[in-house]
Design a protein. Structure first.
Length: 147
């Protein structure tokens, strides 16, 4: 008898409106974390260490630009908030490159139609690009400075 009552109570709970609503409630998105800075509209937040690594590996990243083709996910990420935030000092040194390094980076970006399309879509020119990161999942992050 106790098993029958428990089974009936369980069934009643599963069919109650409160349980059904709770099961259909939206799942909150995780917080990107305090170390991340907001990106441009639609761009994911990126931590300063990602920008630093991209700037420190510029030659390697330039080499990977040729593999970026149509269908690639390209994010144009302004770094102004990172530069003005607590990680600004850490970003300054890696972004102080010889002009020839920026020229090589921007030349490689300008020869890639996918990357230029992303920049154009953001209303930016290639001269704003200061670093690029092509991650293992094939996502491309174009880090830009200035408007």
């Amino acid at each position: 008898m106790k098993k029958t009552i428990a089974a009936a109570a369980g069934a009643a709970l599963l069919l109650s409106p409160a349980f059904v609503v709770a099961q259909n409630a939206p799942v909150p998105m995780p917080d990107p974390g305090a170390a991340a800075a907001p990106g441009a509209a639609g761009a994911p937040a990126v931590a300063a260490d990602v920008v630093i690594a991209a700037a420190n590996n510029m030659q390697s990243e330039i080499t990977g630009i040729g593999a970026v083709q149509g269908g690639a996910t390209v994010h144009v990420v302004p770094i102004a908030d990172l530069m003005n935030g607590p990680d600004g000092a850490a970003l300054t040194t890696p972004l102080q490159k010889d002009e020839s390094e920026f020229t090589a980076l921007r030349a490689a970006v300008s020869e890639n139609g996918v990357l230029m399309g992303a920049l154009g879509g953001a209303g930016l020119s290639v001269d704003k690009v200061v670093a690029i990161d092509i991650n293992d999942q094939g996502e491309v992050f174009l880090f830009v400075q200035g408007a």
